[in-house]
Design a protein around this ligand. Structure first.
Ligand SMILES: Nc1ncnc2c1ncn2[C@@H]1O[C@H](COP(=O)(O)OP(=O)(O)OP(=O)(O)O)[C@@H](O)[C@H]1O
Ligand SMILES: [Mg+2]
Length: 584
């Protein structure tokens, strides 16, 4: 370790004040004390540097040495990230466990451990895709390695580099071996990047394609765009984690970065146990092969929550730059907000709303703004995206608190989890009239699933709104005031809510619902509405309509095998139509 040395003056929880670090700059990385705890300079005041330490500061003493590394917090990028678990600063936790220096979830072991993110010994079969003499620029493809069966990892000219290719490697290489010589400079697969700096792109694009999640309430009603962002606030136990994990399992992303930020460690242990055994419905490959976990669980140091967010985001951008659709799932951004509040409190900064620092909104904005659909750097036409989904845990399920309020101003899709729905075990407890999406994805669905997809979606949303409106009338005046057609709205609204929008994350068939099946389920419900309305107008008895035997089939649609959805729907619709005719 080189650079200037300083001394610890004060220790206040995760915050350490040091003096004598010459040449210190904001966000430079330091190593604190004899153990070399990882910390970041977050404030400079004359000769004093305020450091947030990403590891427990227990036992740290005044006068301890502080090494200045002269560089910001960097994350190592290259092959070998997929299928791994890292802490907030990018140290592999599985590797820590293997070396016996610490175990995942045990925060105080391995403090100050210097373990590189990427395995230095592992060899990768490098396949060059350019020749000596070629002239390349940042983002151009030098070659590829098969990182996992799920992903061909493109090795790119790093940002800032470029020139004539004087040599190109081939065969079994480690991440630090040169793969190319460009204008005399050796380039290795391993790159480093400062986590707080967004990686450059050629151009940002309008997100116009959905991230397909297999969750009906999401895809059918409130889809998020690939390269867009969503926020999912919800009170205690309303289903934030189950939802994030469902997205991690089933969303049509090439790479998933899952950040467990200040939440329970056992939830990540479940992911670790479950993902290797699950297959990606698109590729058949193991889900672990496309997933990266960043673990900064509730028992781990508070300040590192911030690092976990930036480290995860930088890794997500790195895969985006290769042309991947990346989903970045953060559970929960509130814990990061709380970490900011704690550190700010220790700094005795002037508190803003509810004790959060005044820069809370700008931090959240920087986070959500790193989502995007982009034309990647480099000469080819690669398009990549980072879709961000941030869970928010408002205390007391009060959505007026700052983290929820700022998040919903920033994110394009808002999935409002409802405590009452969760209590009634309506899952996912995403409320159908309080949620929304700003992405205009109808044309994509019309083109790729069914040309009247958007028309069906609008019909469903309007019917649910109408149901809510009628509900308030009933509360005031009783159900007797409703006309038969209005009573039908309740009957059909209930089908939409219970038979379409409810979806169990634990049911083998229903956990993932392809778009065509979503469409046909909704088609049946709408047809039922249309035909029942006609029958009513022709004089059928409302009670007879409600008790048609075929209607029971609507509740069983969710267990249809997806490939039978269309035939099942057509058959069910014919039965309903036939029974309605008999009811006349
Ligand atoms: N889609 C779903 N299908 C079936 N059950 C669900 C679903 N979503 C949530 N649940 C049920 O709700 C419980 C709580 O969900 P979860 O742990 O995701 O809530 P949370 O909002 O993350 O809670 P916390 O505030 O404690 O983090 C789950 O254990 C499960 O029983
Ligand atoms: Mg949770």
């Amino acid at each position: 370790m080189n650079g200037a040395e300083g001394r610890v003056m004060r220790v206040a929880g995760p915050v350490v004040v040091a003096t004598g670090i010459s040449g210190a700059r904001l966000y430079d990385l330091v190593r604190v004390g004899a153990l070399g705890l990882v910390g970041e300079i977050i404030k400079l005041d004359g000769d004093e540097a305020v450091i947030q330490v990403y590891e427990s500061t227990a036992g740290l003493e005044v006068g301890s040495v502080v090494h200045h590394t002269g560089a910001p917090l960097l994350v190592e990028l290259g092959p070998g990230l997929l299928g791994k678990v890292f802490d907030g600063t990018g140290r592999p936790l599985q590797a820590l466990a293997a070396s016996g220096r610490g175990r995942y979830g045990e925060p105080f072991l391995g403090r100050g451990a210097e373990v590189p993110t990427l395995d230095r010994a592992r060899r990768w079969e490098f396949h060059p895709s350019i020749e000596v003499g070629a002239v390349v620029g940042a983002g151009d493809v030098l070659g590829w390695v098969e990182e996992t069966p799920a992903l061909r990892h493109l090795v790119l000219v790093p940002p800032g580099a470029g020139g004539r290719v004087d040599g190109i490697g081939t065969g079994e290489l480690t991440v630090t071996d040169p793969v190319a010589l460009i204008d005399g400079v050796p380039i290795a697969m391993l790159q480093q990047w400062p986590v707080r700096t967004p990686r450059p792109v050629r151009r940002r694009l309008d997100p116009d394609e959905p991230l397909v999640t297999g969750q009906r309430v999401v895809d059918t009603l409130f889809p998020v765009a690939k390269g867009g962002s969503a926020t999912i606030p919800g009170g205690f136990g309303t289903g934030k984690t189950v939802h994030e994990q469902s997205l991690a399992k089933w969303a049509d992303a090439d790479v998933v970065v899952y950040i467990g930020c200040g939440e329970r460690g056992n939830e990540l242990t479940e992911v670790l146990g479950e993902f290797p055994r699950l297959a990606d419905p698109r590729t058949g490959a193991s889900l672990a092969d496309r997933t990266i976990l960043i673990a900064n669980t509730s028992n781990m140091p508070v300040a590192a929550r911030e690092a976990s967010i930036y480290t995860g985001m930088t890794i997500a951008e790195y895969f985006r730059d290769q042309g991947c659709a990346v989903a970045l799932l953060a559970d929960s951004t509130s814990r990061w907000g709380e970490a900011l509040r704690e550190v700010s409190g220790r700094l005795e900064e002037m508190p803003g709303e509810e004790g959060y620092p005044a820069y809370l909104p700008s931090r959240l904005a920087e986070f959500y703004e790193r989502a995007g659909s982009v034309r990647c750097l480099g000469g080819s036409d690669r398009r990549g995206s980072v879709t961000v989904v941030g869970a928010v845990s408002p205390p007391g399920a009060d959505f007026s608190e700052p983290v929820t309020q700022y998040s919903l101003r920033l994110a394009g899709t808002f999935w409002a989890l409802d405590t009452d729905l969760a209590r009634r075990r309506h899952f996912p407890a995403i409320h159908w009239t309080r949620s929304y999406t700003l992405y205009k994805l109808g044309p994509w669905f019309d083109e790729h699933v069914a040309d009247d997809w958007e028309d069906h979606r609008r019909w469903a949303l309007e019917l649910l709104q109408e149901e809510e409106r009628l509900q308030s009338i009933v509360q005031l005046l009783g159900a007797d005031v409703l006309a038969p057609a209005e009573q039908l709205v309740f009957f059909v609204g209930r089908m939409i809510r219970e038979d379409l929008l409810q979806q169990s994350a634990y049911d083998e068939v229903d956990a993932f619902c392809p778009l065509s099946k979503q469409y046909w389920m909704l088609h049946v419900i709408r047809r039922t509405h249309d035909e029942a309305l006609r029958a009513l107008q022709e004089g059928a008895d409302p009670e007879t309509i409600r008790s048609l035997p075929a209607i029971a089939g609507v509740a069983r649609m969710r267990s249809w095998p997806p490939e039978d959805a269309e035939s099942g729907a057509r058959e069910l619709e014919s039965r309903i139509v036939a029974e309605l005719e008999q009811a006349l």
